[in-house]
Write a protein that binds this ligand. Sequence first.
Ligand code: ZN
Length: 176
Amino acid sequence: MLLSDFRMAQPDVTADFVPMYCLDRRQTVAAAIGRMCLEKYFHRQHLTGTQAGTLVRANQEALARIISAKYERGEYQAHAYAGSTIRRVGIELPDIEESGEVLTDRVLDDQAGWAMPDGRWSHGPASRDMSPLPETAEARCRGCNCSVVRDESGKPRTGRDGGARYAIEKSCPVHS
Ligand SMILES: [Zn+2]
C-alpha cells in the first residue's frame, strides 16, 4: 500500500463528506468519503455527520485500502490545504462497491436510541417508556406525529436490543 499513516481529521458534522488525511512518503494526501455514498452503501437514510464519522472510524482499515488503490491509479484532484496544494482522493459508492472490500455498519446498531428531528441521535435509557408507540392509532389520536425509522425498503430499523427506533418530533405532545 502506497499511502500510510491514515488519520481522521477533526470532523465537521455539517459537511457532506468525512475528511481523512494520510501520507505518500512525506507528502500529505487528503481523502474524502461522501456521506451520501455511505447512506447508499448501507441503505441508511439521513446519516448524521457524527454517524458518518463513526462509520468511517469503524471501517478505517478497509477505507484506507480503497483510498490507496484509487490514489495508485492516479485518481485524485488538486486540493487547497494549509496554504499549499495537495492531492485529494474522493471516495464514492462505486469505489467501495468495486473494491472487493466489505464495510460494516454494526457499530451503529450497537447504539440503541432515538433519531431526533434535527438528526441528533438520542441515547436514552433502553427502557424509556414510548407507549403509546408512534404510528399506533392511540398515539395518532393523542396528536403524535412521530414516526418509526425505516430503511429504504420500508422495513423498521431496530437496535441491537431488537427494539424499534423512532424519529421523535419536537412538537409531539406525547413523546417530547
Ligand atoms: Zn410522538
